[in-house]
Design a protein. Sequence first.
Length: 93
Amino acid sequence: MATYQYRCTECGPFDVTRPIGQAPPEEPCARCGDPSRRVFTAPMLTRTPAALARALHAQEASAHEPRVVNAVPAARRTPTRPADPRHARLPKP
């Protein structure tokens, strides 16, 4: 379904949702019923965010070629240095 915009001379712009390619050049206004001409607007094109694109690509790749691993991945977390310098003097386990 696509959203098409029409402009009534009395009421202003309004939107109509129709299947793609089935929008007539004129549509009756939803408020007053007068014939309204179709307004040609730019298509709604957006770019997929990078994180979502990576997730979709990984999902698509795993559907056909699942990754096989031989071992559990190593932890990626590095220990952080404590904010309080007195912690350095505490006994180590």
